[in-house]
Design a protein around this ligand. Structure first.
Ligand code: NOJ
Length: 444
């Protein structure tokens, strides 16, 4: 594979997030995020992993950026910790928080790396959660304020912005399934969170447009091809319901299409139960790019024991197909199809793959990690990006997830996605073979 085939304006990036990398949760006036609190509950994170020290990126960002540079990436995606920048959640910024992100941005620019800033990557300030978090209509005011502060502070140098990271993820895992912070399990709360997050997408876009000259604005969605296990009608209907929640829920209001409907009236039924979930024009915004993040496709079947959605996954192991250490199916052509399907909505100016990558059981042996499966994963998915480009899909970037092994949410430190290995006791970084593979590719 040749780098040149992607075109010389292509963003080859690597992505991280504040809660997963920064650590330093008590430093310099930062307040607690919902994740700092959630991890203290027993039994919610594998092996009791905490949000600090993570990769100690707060203190080691210069070294990590040197790695980004040495491996040849031209773009770097990171997120702003809301509670570091605005410890009260609202009000005035914390000077140390401003300083940190200013330094980080300046360092990127000095190295010739384009910064991509994600406003919200799942770490709400805990004091805003106390007032209802994403379930409260106030979140939209809080989020506009936070966005405005970021835009004004960093917009002179940061042109590439991402409003939300995977809203379907944080609303369902955090507010309905209780697996992520803030650990709630309520259908009603989930519906409210969806409503407010859909508004935040539009509000975020408008606020950035207003305050940042020449901004390139996007937001990200997780996406997965959903296949019925058999061609029985009930499996097909189950797949359609999962598809609605996992793929359609947030892009359709953003594109001005309203909330998705399905022929079984599932969404209508939900709407009747909770009047707060209704499409409003504020959810629509004309993004400059759509960030798509794909890791796996899903095969699903009808399952009457699962409330509401009446569907469950048929795992890759049961189907004897290749999988990662997360139990996620590896299937590059399914990646191709789901990206194509989003493109076919129309009205999308550009797509960037803002995350793609894989977790494997890495073995560190004599200072080396021969992660051939991860190399294969990147290579095969990049091939599909090239095919999509040839077919006329405008894809202008690809970000590997992720730079260093980091705090993988409920999986704690047990799931490693990095192209650079981290020893969490010493913070020693070791470039994996996949990191060297990227270096060789990007050296052209
Ligand atoms: C998507 C999320 O944005 C990121 O935070 C997470 O680590 C990866 N998926 C892998 O699960």
């Amino acid at each position: 594979m040749m780098k040149a085939a992607f075109g010389n304006r292509f963003h080859f990036g690597v992505a991280i997030s504040a809660a997963q990398n920064e650590g330093a949760i008590l430093d310099d006036g930062r307040s607690a995020s919902i994740w700092d609190n959630f991890v203290r509950r027993g039994g919610v994170i594998r092996k009791g992993g905490k949000t600090s020290p993570a990769c100690d990126f707060y203190h080691r960002y210069k070294d990590d950026l040197l790695l980004v540079k040495a491996l040849g990436f031209n773009s770097f995606r990171f997120s702003i910790s809301w509670s570091r920048l605005l410890p009260d959640g609202t009000g005035k910024p914390n000077p140390a928080g401003l300083q940190f992100y200013n330094d980080l941005i300046d360092e990127c620019l000095q190295l010739g790396i384009t910064p991509f800033v994600t406003l919200y990557h799942w770490d709400l300030p805990a004091n805003l959660q106390r007032e209802g978090g994403w379930e409260s209509p106030l979140i939209n005011r809080w989020f506009r304020h936070f966005t405005k502060i970021c835009a004004r502070a960093f917009g002179d140098r940061v042109k590439h912005w991402i409003v939300l990271n995977e809203p379907a993820g944080f609303t369902s895992l955090g507010y309905m399934l209780g697996k992520h912070a803030p650990g709630k399990r309520s259908l009603e709360g989930f519906l409210k969170a969806v409503h407010h997050a859909a508004i935040a997408q539009g509000d975020g876009g408008r606020t950035l447009r207003q305050h940042v000259d020449k901004a390139v604005i996007g937001t990200t969605f997780s996406c997965s091809e959903i296949r019925p296990h058999t061609d029985k009608t009930e499996d097909i209907a189950a797949a359609a319901r999962i598809d609605l929640f996992m793929n359609r829920l947030f892009i359709e209001p953003l594109l001005g299409k309203g909330f998705p409907e399905d022929d079984r009236g599932l969404v209508q039924k939900l709407n009747k139960q909770n009047l707060s979930w209704k499409y409003t024009d504020r959810m629509q915004f004309d993004m400059d790019f759509i960030g798509l993040q794909n890791y796996f496709p899903l095969t699903v079947k009808h399952n009457a024991f699962i409330p509401l959605i009446n569907a469950s996954e048929v795992k890759p192991a049961a189907r004897k197909v290749p999988q990662t250490a997360m139990g996620w199916e590896i299937n590059p052509s399914a990646f191709h199809r789901i990206i194509k399907r989003f493109w076919k909505y129309g009205g999308i100016k550009e797509i960037m793959i803002t995350e793609n990558g894989a977790c494997f059981k890495d073995q560190l042996s004599q200072g080396r990690i021969a992660d051939n499966e991860r190399i294969r994963y990147f290579e095969d998915h990049l091939q599909e990006v090239l095919k999509l480009k040839k077919e006329g899909v405008r894809i202008s970037g690809y970000f590997a997830w992720t730079l260093t092994d980091n705090f993988e949410w409920a999986e704690g430190y047990e799931a490693r996605f990095g192209i650079v290995h981290v020893d969490f006791k010493t913070q020693l970084r070791t470039v994996k073979d996949s990191g060297y593979w990227w270096r060789d590719l990007l050296a052209g």
